[in-house]
Design a protein around this ligand. Structure first.
Ligand SMILES: [Zn+2]
Length: 254
């Protein structure tokens, strides 16, 4: 299941945020202490001389290695991104509240990429590969990540035997666009039409340069995609659906 809060989270050096290990899915990623480096960018340093300078102007970069807490896995995940200062209220030794600035970091990159949604094992490799590319770009460029999700959708339609091309009225072979492919699928799998069209609309927005999709927008797309993949490829949900159909045919349990 998608955890939107985690996908849009910042982290402090106290590690208030724990991403799941992409390799074992059991452990959590913890910063390897001696690997964390952060620096203030040159432009940010110059800003200090400005008479209106405020801590909120500070811009940092970071890099580090996260290690999986599961000892039998021990995966190492490289990460980098940017950072900033944000304040909190703390009480001093006399109980007087004071403003404290702390450094916070937003990841742009993880490698190996985090697993953002559950991909059932029986999903074909070419679809899984596109999804992993999408997950890799998600943190630095949500709009670019959507293009790979859209490619995954095209591959999914091909897997479901929806043709890619057709013969037009001038007897020429032409590509069928994504919308029409989804329409064709609906003739057999009408239950997925609404979901797939929603993925397509968000996907279209990703390819318009003037539109900047947020991580929350893309999380919405992933949520729908996760549901579709689970319905199509999870044996468990297939078995439950088969049972439901049997009950419906018999109009009750026999
Ligand atoms: Zn692990």
């Amino acid at each position: 299941m998608i955890d939107r809060k985690l996908l849009t989270a910042y982290f402090g050096r106290d590690q208030n945020t724990c991403w799941q290990c992409p390799t074992c899915s059991n452990g959590y990623l913890v910063i390897e202490d001696d690997t964390f480096r952060s620096r203030e960018t040159a432009i940010s340093q110059k800003g200090h001389k400005h008479y209106e300078w405020e801590p909120e102007w500070v811009s940092l970069v970071y890099s580090c290695v996260f290690k999986c807490t599961n000892n039998s896995c021990g995966e190492q995940v490289a990460s980098s991104g940017h950072g900033f200062l944000d304040w909190d209220i703390e009480e001093d030794e006399n109980g007087i509240p004071k403003q404290i600035y702390g450094e916070y970091f937003e990841p742009y990159y993880f490698h190996p990429p985090l697993k953002i949604i559950d991909i059932p094992e029986s999903v074909p490799d070419n679809i899984t590969n596109q999804l992993e590319k999408s997950f890799e770009l998600f943190f630095s460029s949500p709009s670019a990540s959507v293009n790979h999700a859209r490619s995954a959708l095209e591959l999914l339609l091909t897997h479901l035997k929806v043709p890619k091309t057709t013969i037009n009225n001038r007897n020429k072979r032409v590509k069928i666009n994504l919308h029409n492919r989804i329409d064709r699928l609906a003739q057999q799998h009408s239950e997925f039409k609404e979901f797939l069209l929603a993925i397509k609309w968000i996907g279209n927005e990703g390819s318009h340069p003037e539109k900047n999709l947020t991580k929350n927008d893309v999380a919405e797309l992933y949520e729908i995609l996760e549901h579709v993949l689970s319905e199509l490829f999870n044996n468990k949900s297939k078995a439950i659906l088969a049972k439901a159909k049997k009950i419906n045919r018999a109009k009750g349990i026999k």
